[in-house]
Write a protein that binds this ligand. Structure first.
Ligand code: EPU
Length: 426
């Protein structure tokens, strides 16, 4: 297993280009199953999770032609309607093939993902929604076995009220509804920008969707979908991660970092909290500049919640900032029940954090000091990288494969900004 070795205390200076969004790319790739015609996707990030989704689609018989940041997919000769455990267990987002497969082929067999490092993460809302659309779904040998028993083998439109706001649940149901008979309404829908990006692709494919980006999405089913071209939106979580890395280093060592190719409007809650924490930011249409303002970081209380509130996927990175800010701040996690695995590792670097229920109370310390730490999930790893960039001496982060799942070339991007960071093969 590869490790990252980071020598802290270097000034970061320069510009960094943000890649396509992982959590937009994954559902968009799954949408290729909805049509026999080619789907051409650009600004595709180079990530392990993207590789896993492409392998999953290839195993089903989807043709995949990939060229750097582009991929052409064609599902005109699908041979298998199964998503096997060996791939699903490495990436929960594999569940995103369920809705499209069922809607187009009338059957699907998808392994249940099981628990993961950040919580149990059930998929009951995906299942209930598809059942409301006429699917029969049973669990057999660890697999969700879904079929449509209606004459004609098509899903039917339904009014679905999800019990909680679920991002991939909304995506699965929206995709399934595009090929259903009649109109589907998804109430309590997730409003994440990635859902809007997916809806744009589906509409380009001929789907009839209104309300994506609001909590009520209405989909009028169509007979068939066609091919389309689409560029994946920029990754708002990668953007936020680099902003936190810049904020941490700029506050200590000055420097100036510009994060380019971004959509600042998708980051309102994160930008507000960074400003509140004492970070100087300047936004353009597609870039954000972090500069030293001579003031110390004061940190901020954050509470994760569904979009447009502060994202759970930025919680660990912001906590790293609070660790080195003046004062005491509270970080409350409301989306996942076990997303504080990084707390113990940050403490190994000298952070002062206490957990009370779903809140971490972070007392800023003047210095962190390098140590060996373990990455436990994707965003936890990013939080550790940020802490390591300002810690005295050397930090070794083990199990860095978590980072490779969701950050394209993170160490190359940080090196270009002036960080001292190297990968050591394990
Ligand atoms: N939930 C249920 N039942 C369901 C679905 C969700 O109980 O059927 C619960 C979950 O356990 C969780 C909450 O509802 O407590 C919200 O989960 P959601 O379904 O929204 O999460 P997700 O769709 O599985 C996506 C992202 C995550 C991100 C969350 C929350 C993708 C591929 N993944 O997951 O991204 O944290 O939304 O915003 O879009 C990451 O990129 O590091 C990551 C974990």
């Amino acid at each position: 297993m590869d490790k990252l070795v980071i020598t802290g205390g270097r000034r970061l200076d320069g510009a960094v280009d943000i890649s396509g969004a992982k959590n937009a790319a994954l559902p968009i790739l799954a949408a290729a199953l909805l049509t026999a015609e080619p789907l051409e996707i650009s600004n595709l990030p180079t990530l392990h999770d993207v590789g896993t989704m492409l392998r999953l689609l290839e195993r089903m018989g989807v043709q995949v032609r990939r060229d750097e940041g582009r991929v052409a997919l064609q599902a005109d000769a699908v041979t298998s309607l199964e998503a096997a455990y060996d791939l699903v267990k490495t990436m929960r987002a594999s569940i995103l093939v369920l809705g499209p497969m069922l809607a187009r082929f009338g059957a699907a067999r998808v392994s249940l993902p099981g628990g993961c490092a950040i919580g149990q993460r059930p998929v009951d809302q995906h299942v209930k929604g598809l059942q409301a659309m006429g699917a029969s779904i049973a669990v057999e040998q660890g697999y969700l076995v879904a079929r449509i028993e209606r004459a004609g083998g098509r899903l039917r439109g339904a009014r679905i009220v999800t019990e909680m706001v679920t991002v991939t649940g909304t995506e699965n149901l929206m995709m399934a509804a595009t090929l259903a008979d009649g109109t589907t309404t998804i109430e309590n829908a997730a409003r994440e920008p990635e859902i809007v990006d997916l809806a744009e692709v589906l509409v380009a494919m001929g789907a009839r969707i209104a309300g994506a980006g609001t909590d009520r999405i209405v989909v009028e089913g169509v007979e068939r979908l066609n091919g389309a071209r689409h560029a994946v939106m920029p990754d708002r979580i990668e953007t936020g991660t680099f902003l936190c890395a810049a904020a941490a280093t700029v506050s200590r060592h000055r420097g100036e970092v510009v994060v380019r190719g971004v959509r600042p409007r998708t980051l309102d809650a994160v930008l507000d909290k960074l400003r509140e924490a004492g970070v100087a930011l300047e936004c353009d249409a597609d870039s954000i500049r972090v500069t030293a303002n001579g003031h110390a970081l004061v940190g901020a209380n954050v509470r994760t919640s569904e979009y447009p509130a502060f994202p759970t996927d930025m919680q660990a990175q912001f906590m790293a900032l609070d660790c080195i800010a003046d004062g005491t701040n509270r970080v409350t996690e409301t989306i996942f029940e076990n997303r504080f695995m990084h707390v113990q590792e940050l403490s190994r670097l000298g952070a002062s954090i206490e957990i009370e229920g779903n809140t971490a109370i972070v007392k800023g310390v003047p210095r962190l000091s390098g140590a060996s730490v373990m990455a436990t999930d994707l965003r936890a790893s990013a939080g550790l990288v940020i802490a390591a960039l300002v810690a005295d001496g050397e930090t070794t982060i083990d199990r860095i494969y978590h980072l490779d799942r969701g950050y394209q070339a993170m160490e190359a991007k940080l090196t270009a900004l002036g960080a001292t960071i190297r990968r050591v093969a394990g």
